[in-house]
Design a protein around this ligand. Structure first.
Ligand code: GLV
Length: 306
């Protein structure tokens, strides 16, 4: 029996070190190459090559090395009968929420205006008021809910949206109520998973339902946003600004006008990083449960993709 890490675009050294510390008795292979693929029973994956998993005939568990699983399930050759799990980690939520809070607070306190004033050695006292924010968290799953609860606790007006109804200490909306949700807010934080339903969701059609202007923060997936529509909405002041961590094409192309747009803040898909040690612990726990004939933790639905 062997585990494998198949994650061609990302560094795996730390995963390997943590795995070897936590499971010294389980052999681990990095990458696809092996003479005995039938020995591999668990794979940890990040953007595995299409078709790659088919050769592991005795696979029992596929684990995404992150919160999202779209990169795993976009390969339709991934066997449907094998459980796919994702990392659900308080540290990841801590990191994601801090990113969202940072983006919200910079906007609320007009930080970018003060930066500009500083460059001109201009004392901009009393020129900018605190903004009255109504923050909508679109996608109150594990990560979105953590951020929404923290923002609510800090005293912001928060509104949540998720596919299924949720009990929350702030108003929450679910399927069929997106227009009402959008009508309440002037900051839109997007934390949805990427699925066929969320493909291109942040588009002109949705922006037209927003209060003008609304501030956009997207930490979900690039394919959820339509960048030409974001640019048009920024230029027509439908959006007052955008804080983007994800892009249709990553790395963001040098020629993208987003790089230099005065109302746009960009980070390179780092809103929340996966902590290998905590993740490996989850993989080992889930594998153990499967071996005992039980359901693994944090399993995703192949169809829903979350
Ligand atoms: C990162 O984008 C993840 O899905 O963990």
């Amino acid at each position: 029996m062997r585990f494998a890490i198949i994650a061609p675009p990302v560094p795996t050294q730390k995963w390997k070190e943590d795995f070897e510390k936590l499971a010294p008795d389980i052999p681990l292979q990095i990458g696809l190459g092996t003479d005995t693929p039938e020995d591999v029973e668990c794979v940890m994956v990040w953007k595995q090559p299409k078709n790659a998993l088919k050769k592991f005939k005795n696979l029992k568990l596929i684990y995404s090395m992150g919160a999202g699983v779209d990169h795993v399930l976009s390969d339709n050759t991934v066997p449907k009968h094998i459980p796919v799990c994702r990392v659900v980690d308080p540290l990841m939520a801590f990191s994601m929420s801090n990113y969202i809070l940072m983006a919200v607070l910079n906007h609320q306190r007009s930080f970018y205006d003060f930066q500009k004033a500083q460059q001109k050695k201009h004392w901009a006292q009393f020129e900018f008021n605190e903004r009255d924010l109504k923050i909508g968290v679109l996608g109150t799953g594990h990560l979105g809910m953590d951020a929404a609860n923290k923002l609510n606790h800090m005293g912001f007006s928060v509104f949540g949206y998720s596919n299924s109804p949720k009990q929350t200490p702030f108003p929450s909306y679910s399927e069929g109520e997106i227009d009402t949700f959008l009508s309440k807010i002037n900051v839109l934080v997007c934390t949805v998973p990427y699925t066929p339903k969320t493909h291109g969701l942040l588009s002109e059609k949705l922006f037209n339902k927003l209060n003008e202007p609304t501030y956009l923060i997207n930490v979900s997936r690039g394919a959820v946003q339509v960048e030409k529509d974001i640019l048009a909405a920024l230029d027509s002041n439908v959006l007052s600004g955008a804080f983007l961590d994800v892009f249709e094409q990553e790395p963001l192309h040098q020629s993208s006008p987003l790089w230099h747009h005065p109302k746009v803040q960009i980070t390179p898909h780092i809103a929340s990083l996966t902590y290998p040690k905590e993740s490996v612990i989850q993989v080992l726990e889930s594998f153990d449960l499967i071996k005992k004939g039980l359901k693994p933790r944090f399993q995703v639905d192949h169809e829903k993709m979350y």
